[in-house]
Design a protein around this ligand. Structure first.
Ligand code: OGA
Ligand code: MN
Length: 294
């Protein structure tokens, strides 16, 4: 396989493509990277099956799309490779080898950072026979389906994303965050309507239980609005559910796709995933330029 002519087949009408003809353990030429990036931006997620890659190869492929940013919760980063965040329920030597029991709520990675994530590349090493699927909701289709009055009302609204609130209330079993970690995690306001910097299309940008309220509104009122929007945006027609097989890799676009994990038997089954996370450094500048131009 020379990796120079990838082909694609759709996963769902509104979201997702499976990619064929790419072996991530070998170099991927620039032309193919360009095609993969275009497909990602237009389809939200890309599935690569049957990949046999080392952490170095996972990192090298990811870096062809931008800069990687290690997770703030560095206790779950792969020793020697901080660019890889481990998501796992496995306990070794009395401690969790990765972040467990999180991500059950619909979200975008790093929405709580000043510069959120551009995309994540998630590689399955071990997965249960049942449960533990990841669901992806396509936010182009969700935004387009909103009533026009709702779109107009949302256009200038911002939601405040607060990861410390989420961690302490929804995943306290992961253990406390340190003072340094908390200092890096000040709440940030993000526009609810995002403009995708590469396609120019609008998306909905929210995160369930991380987006605590809408700026300038009462907590309770905004809570209901956020719940309704998340429910609308994750209706079945916008959602692809991925049944993992070991050696699958999914590249999702954190500017166009919301995701969450479904439950599994955490006590008896093993699930171990490696994630690299690209940061969207240019977001602030691009966002304001596009808003002016559109
Ligand atoms: C993540 C995430 C979902 C899953 O790692 O960003 O949300 O299926 N994971 O574990
Ligand atoms: Mn996530």
């Amino acid at each position: 396989m020379t990796n120079d002519s990838p082909t694609f087949t759709p996963l769902m009408p509104t979201i997702g493509m499976e990619i064929h003809g790419i072996d991530l353990s070998k170099p991927v030429p620039d032309d193919a990277i360009q095609q993969i990036n275009d497909m990602l931006c237009n389809n939200g997620i890309l599935l690569f099956r049957d990949q046999h890659i080392t952490p170095e190869q996972h990192i090298a492929f990811s870096q062809q799309f931008g800069r990687l940013e290690p997770h703030v919760a560095d206790q779950f980063n792969l020793p020697g490779h901080p660019e890889i965040f481990i998501v796992s329920n496995i306990v070794e030597n009395g401690r969790n080898i990765g972040a467990s029991g999180g991500a059950r709520h619909w979200h975008f990675d790093y929405s709580y950072r000043e510069f959120p994530s551009l995309g994540s590349l998630f590689y399955c090493l071990e997965c249960p026979a049942e449960g533990g699927q990841t669901q992806f909701a396509g936010m182009y289709a969700a935004y387009d389906a909103l009533p026009e009055e709702k779109k107009a009302w949302l256009e200038d609204k911002k939601a405040v994303h607060d990861y410390v609130y989420y961690w302490e209330n929804f995943v306290p079993h992961r253990g406390p965050l340190t003072a340094e970690q908390k200092a890096e995690l000040q709440p940030v306001a993000q526009p609810i309507v995002h403009i995708h910097p590469e396609t120019g299309r609008r998306t909905l940008y929210l995160a369930h239980n991380i987006a605590t309220h809408i700026e300038g509104m009462e907590a309770e009122e905004s809570h209901d609005i956020i719940e309704d929007l998340v429910a609308f945006a994750t209706r079945p027609e916008f959602v692809y559910t991925h049944e993992w097989q070991a050696n699958d890799l999914i590249f999702w676009d954190n500017r166009a796709t919301m995701h969450r994990v479904l439950p599994f038997d955490e006590e008896h089954d093993r699930r171990r995933m490696h994630r690299t996370t690209l940061v969207n450094e240019g977001q602030a500048a691009e966002q304001s330029e596009l808003a002016e131009a559109s």
